[in-house]
Design a protein around this ligand. Structure first.
Ligand code: PBG
Length: 323
């Protein structure tokens, strides 16, 4: 044998030297769940270690993360039922919970990057990402709401708006609305290939945002498809997206790789709530080593081609790096 690949795996120093993929805290965006009230920090039962924060306690969480080197955040609001309606009106109320929290975070931490979700579901009495008319999600009318929502978030201080709704034409519409209002500098991170996935379950528990009827299959993608992701990527790019995202991450590593190979834009991957919950549940039962599984899964997402990882593990991973 003149080829022995094991020679490059012999010692830790050698393994580290030939390691192709490394993760740092710069790679992460940390999602944060926001609730009304004061001095609240309530754990999401299906996501051990992840809390829902009120506008005051979230500042402590951001401070702790910044201290660990995590500097990008994706806040998501949980909106009380009485503020929800068919048209998600609360999503563009400048005095609503979400814009208030964005302003507070930015005032206290002007250097962090805030990535804000644009979709109707947390504010919709139907629990859908678009307007429901006779059981259908109507596309073009929804764009009007998404534009107002994105503008409200930009006015509050968002650095990057992230449409996760999967309506056709949303990136172009949001870009136009932002530009017309002087927010040329606000970027768009498009949820480009967002699949209709069972892995969003714990997130919908956390925000109480599950659809009241039906599913999201007429707008989110069929998980059996990957060529369709290229169509979405092409459109988002033409419409002015600054980042492309794949979501979920772990069952979609091939899609991450496909977009990486077909685009020059930064590629983000969302390691979603159900992916986090699976690792945590198995670790709690003693069936998996939670820390090792965390590092392996996050590394695999980056190896597949993601430049940026949205993950509920971001803080824990930063703590692990510190050790
Ligand atoms: C809202 C939205 C969802 C997630 C992010 N933005 C839920 C959904 O589409 O039903 C899921 C994130 C996660 O599961 O961690 N459109």
């Amino acid at each position: 044998m003149n080829r022995r690949p094991r020679r490059n795996r012999q010692t830790e120093a050698i393994r580290n030297m030939v390691q192709e993929t490394t993760l740092s805290t710069n790679d992460f965006i940390y999602p944060l769940f926001i609730i009304e009230g004061q001095n609240k920090r309530i754990e999401v039962s299906s996501m051990p270690g992840i809390n829902r924060f009120s506008a005051d306690t979230v500042l402590d969480e951001v401070a702790a993360c910044v201290e660990l080197g995590v500097k990008a955040f994706a806040p998501f609001p949980s909106i009380p039922e009485q503020y929800k309606d068919k048209y998600a009106t609360e999503s563009h109320n400048p005095e609503g919970l979400f814009p208030r929290v964005i302003r507070e975070i930015k005032r206290n931490f002007p250097d962090v990057a805030l990535v804000t979700d644009v979709a109707m579901d947390p504010y919709s009495s139907d629990g859908h990402d678009g307007i429901v008319e006779n059981g259908e999600i109507i596309n073009d009318e929804t764009l009007e709401v998404l534009g107002k929502m994105a503008l409200t978030q930009a006015q509050a201080g968002a650095d990057i708006v992230a449409p996760s709704d999967m309506m056709d034409g949303r990136v172009g519409h949001i870009r136009r609305v932002l530009d017309e209002n002087g927010f040329q500098k606000v970027a768009i991170m498009a949820y480009t290939a967002k699949y209709a996935s069972a892995f969003y379950g714990p997130f919908r528990d956390a925000l109480d945002s599950a659809p009241k009827a039906g599913d999201k299959k007429t707008y989110q993608m069929n998980y059996a498809n990957s060529r369709e992701a290229l169509i979405e990527a092409e459109l988002d790019t033409q419409e002015g997206a600054d980042y492309l995202m794949v979501k979920p991450a772990l069952s979609y590593l091939d899609v991450i790789k496909l977009l990486r190979e077909n685009s020059h834009l930064p590629i983000a991957a969302y390691n979603v709530s159900g992916e986090y919950a699976m690792v945590k549940a198995a670790a709690q039962k003693g069936w998996l080593d939670g820390e090792k599984t965390m590092v392996e899964t996050l590394t695999s997402i980056k190896r597949a081609g993601a430049d940026i990882i949205l993950s509920y593990f971001a803080k824990e991973f930063a703590q692990y790096l510190r050790k």
